[in-house]
Design a protein around this ligand. Structure first.
Ligand code: F0G
Length: 456
């Protein structure tokens, strides 16, 4: 069959509140033109994030009812730990309430003032946690990532030459770990190849530096390897995932992404002494080492989700449904980051609205217009998010101005995506009339969450 279907049936539904254009104009004005400040029930299609917003399965809900809520040594903990160990392969598993908590504990024990941590591209919480402990977060994306239009299959790769140079100039002693984010969220949801992972691993071993993965979307990354990298066509995706982790010394994970869970995360390592220190930090902020910040029922949901996400029919559907949106946008000549990533579609707002300069926030203007047009909520990834120095308050254009439309897992159907496509096309047709925006008020740190805006 040529028609790709959602490989699941829907048993429980949540109604969507359909608003009128007039209502949406008032709602977004009341939210001071910041989609983060909207009420979720006023959004028709919510593409703000794929994190914690996925639909769980009947199996996961059933497992939640079996949750063992004992404080220490609960049955649910052992189910969780054994599943993580089997798929991820690391010896030590430390549960946390979400990804950034794992990052905080990891960097708290590994990073010192003056440390340097390379990554393909740090996610904002990763960067913030490194900087919090006095380290410097360095992004080393591959050169191919600069061309937003090319179909290079692994734009999430790290620049190997730049990594070698960084180790040579800084010296391995200043680099407590090397990280790679799979898939590269801040870099367009693009995957990292196995070849790149193997190479980083070799370089890290030679330099005596631990190698960690930010594993949030590991299953999507593994399936991209199966579909795009020579030599993996016939390898089961679960085995590809296992090989990815076999090259690393540890990982951080947000189970809110590729485990379908609404909350959860973990930290892994093969270093028992390090794990001992991490558990001590865990007890201070998250909880006892057999539950982290989680209820027993959450541990159960994650254990089920980690197995389900590796279902290849699901992963085919997942990658194809994102590609469906990107392909239709390209057919309409609407500027979008190519090729399609795993979890999100990234509109290139700078080319969508070339008459709006970066310091008038084309990504923010596009986010607001898409909400007014059809009640769709996305997030600006550009000059609002990255364009101000938190210490001096000085502004500069970010490297890119994008609008990210993240797709929650198993939540929206193809007709929802057709609606999104129609809305983008309508905004595209009236793009010349769209004005830039200005910031009315904003905090110094992470200003995108709470800033208020108005039209120029
Ligand atoms: N690393 C990556 C690559 C992420 O995308 C995220 C979260 C985190 C770490 C932190 O995990 O939210 O569980 O604490 N990304 C979400 C997003 C918020 O919308 O992209 P967390």
């Amino acid at each position: 069959m040529k028609t790709i279907i959602e490989p699941f049936r829907i048993k429980m539904v949540e109604p969507i509140n359909l608003t009128t254009r007039e209502q949406r104009e008032q709602l977004i004005e009341a939210a001071r033109y910041n989609p983060f400040l909207l009420r979720a029930e006023d959004v028709i299609i919510d593409l703000l994030t794929d994190s914690g917003t996925s639909a769980m399965s009947a199996e996961a809900w059933a497992a939640m009812m079996r949750g063992d809520e004992s404080y220490a040594g609960a049955r649910s903990w052992y189910r969780f730990r054994d599943t993580v160990k089997e798929i991820f392969g690391f010896e030590q598993v430390i549960p946390t309430h979400q990804g950034r908590a794992a990052e905080h504990i990891l960097f708290g024990v590994m990073v010192q003032a003056g440390s340097v941590i390379p990554n393909n591209t740090h996610f904002d919480t990763t960067r913030a946690n490194i900087e919090f402990f006095g380290g410097k977060a360095v992004d080393l994306p591959c050169i191919e990532a600069d061309d937003l239009d090319s179909d290079y299959p692994f734009k999430g790769n790290m620049n190997i030459g730049a990594l070698k140079k960084l180790i040579a100039t800084e010296g391995p002693a200043r680099i407590p770990l090397i990280m790679i984010t799979v898939t590269n969220n801040s870099g367009g949801g693009q995957p990292v190849s196995m070849e790149n992972i193997r190479e980083i691993s070799r370089i890290a071993k030679d330099a005596g530096i631990p190698f960690y993965m930010d594993a949030c979307r590991f299953a999507e990354n593994a399936h991209f390897i199966k579909r795009r990298e020579a030599g993996f066509e016939n390898t089961p995706t679960i085995d590809i995932a296992k090989e990815m982790f076999s090259h690393a010394d540890g990982c951080t994970m947000s189970a809110k992404k590729d485990a379908f869970a609404n909350i959860g995360g973990f930290l892994c390592t093969n270093d028992a002494e390090l794990a001992h220190r991490e558990r001590n930090a865990l007890i201070l902020s998250e909880g006892f080492p057999t539950y982290g910040g989680l209820a027993g029922r959450d541990l159960e949901a994650v254990a089920v989700g980690l197995r389900e996400v590796l279902d290849e029919d699901y992963l085919d559907y997942r990658l194809l449904s994102t590609r469906y949106v990107v392909q239709h946008l390209r057919d309409m000549a609407i500027p979008v980051v190519a090729p399609a990533g795993g979890h999100a579609v990234y509109l290139d707002a700078r080319r969508f609205l070339p008459h709006i300069p970066p310091l008038q926030y084309p990504g923010q203007a596009l986010a607001v217009e898409l909400f007014i047009e059809a009640g769709i909520r996305g997030v600006e990834i550009g000059t609002v998010m990255f364009g101000s120095d938190p210490h001096t308050g000085e502004e500069h254009p970010a490297r890119l101005d994008l609008l990210r439309l993240a797709i929650p897992r198993r939540v929206y159907t193809q007709s929802h995506m057709d609606y999104v496509l129609e809305a983008i096309q309508q905004v595209w047709q009236r793009r010349d009339d769209i004005r830039g925006m200005r910031i009315v008020e904003a905090p110094k740190f992470l200003r995108h969450f709470t800033a208020s805006f108005d039209w120029v």
